[in-house]
Design a protein around this ligand. Structure first.
Ligand SMILES: [Zn+2]
Length: 325
């Protein structure tokens, strides 16, 4: 079966179609009711291990993730520094009112939706001759045993409104609630591995970057990052290696508690009331700073912090500006 690099290539073929609506469906799959895909919007495409995951949403439903969010998800799916994604690094998009919603979907869409049925991710597992083609069909390269030149039969064909199409061969497809990731890195999973997370936080990188590393903190997004750094009173650019173990333990406690509380308030239909995210003042009335931080060559995220509640440990070379500017 195709291994990681091949599936990653398939994923890159699907990426240009993210955001587009399925206009027509074809294919021979019997396990999947292919017509269910009609009029859905391809919202995301990820690769985990040997599986490709495509997320679909109702086309008239909530808007999909912004390019930055999608790029971040793809980056997470692709490993820390996927060369194919270099150059897409985000100029932060203007903040929209529904960023919280997008962030919530980004951080943890799985749990609330899992309760509602089949889930909106299509997991695609490829067989020996499995492949994905974009805007072309696979043609027979030789005659079969009976001497016929017969083109392979696609399991699924997705025609998009743009006129382009994706063809999936020799694969098994199944709806699921989320891409299967390592639960030991999932901040909302009981299997979350605290020791591994603490080791990751000890890295000399700015702590705000490490927190967004989905290899260790799957599900942790920009809102959670901002809020827990405030709660733990840690400046976002502090290198993790400069923090005491007790500080890192506290940060981790904040991460787990905040995420779990956010999930539960979502399940109760309640919104989030951030303390610093997109705010001008911290709850104590201090003016906040904001800056755009991320790994060099990677994706930059808007970061808010209180210079009084979260004093800097070392000078930084970022580009912070007062929120009220
Ligand atoms: Zn403050």
């Amino acid at each position: 079966m195709p291994e990681g690099p091949s599936v990653r290539k398939f994923q890159l073929l699907t990426s240009p179609f993210v955001g587009q609506v399925v206009a027509k469906v074809g294919g021979s799959s019997r396990k999947l009711s292919v017509n269910d895909l009609n009029a859905l919007r391809l919202q995301d495409s990820q690769v985990h291990g040997k599986n490709l995951y495509l997320a679909f949403v109702a086309a008239e439903g909530p808007v999909g993730p912004t390019a930055e969010e999608t790029a971040l998800q793809r980056e997470a799916a692709c490993g820390a520094r996927c060369p194919a994604l270099q150059g897409q690094a985000g100029v932060p998009h203007p903040l929209s009112q529904d960023e919280e919603l997008q962030e919530a979907q980004h951080s943890r869409s799985e749990a609330p939706e899992a309760a509602e049925g089949r889930g909106n991710w299509l997991r695609i597992h490829f067989g020996m001759f499995g492949s994905v083609r974009a805007n072309e069909f696979s043609r027979a390269s030789r005659a079969n045993k009976r001497g016929d030149w017969k083109d392979p039969v696609p399991r699924l064909v997705l025609h998009f409104e743009s006129g382009g199409f994706l063809v999936f061969y020799n694969c098994r497809m199944l709806w699921c609630s989320s891409p299967r990731a390592d639960p030991a890195s999932d901040i909302l999973a009981v299997e979350f591995h605290r020791g591994r997370a603490l080791r990751a936080l000890c890295a000399p990188d700015p702590i705000c970057n490490t927190l967004l590393d989905q290899r260790y903190f799957s599900g942790l997004g920009n809102i959670i990052k901002n809020e827990i750094l405030y709660l733990a009173r840690i400046h976002p650019l502090t290198p993790g290696s400069l923090l005491a173990l007790s500080d890192l333990e506290r940060l981790l406690d904040c991460a787990l508690q905040f995420s779990s509380e956010w999930l539960h308030s979502k399940l109760r239909g309640q919104g989030l009331h951030p303390r610093v995210y997109q705010k001008e003042q911290c709850p104590l009335g201090h003016p906040l700073m904001k800056g755009t931080f991320g790994p060099s060559g990677g994706f930059k995220r808007l970061t808010w912090w209180c210079p009084q509640c979260q004093p800097a440990v070392l000078p930084w070379d970022g580009d912070p500006s007062p929120v009220t500017e």
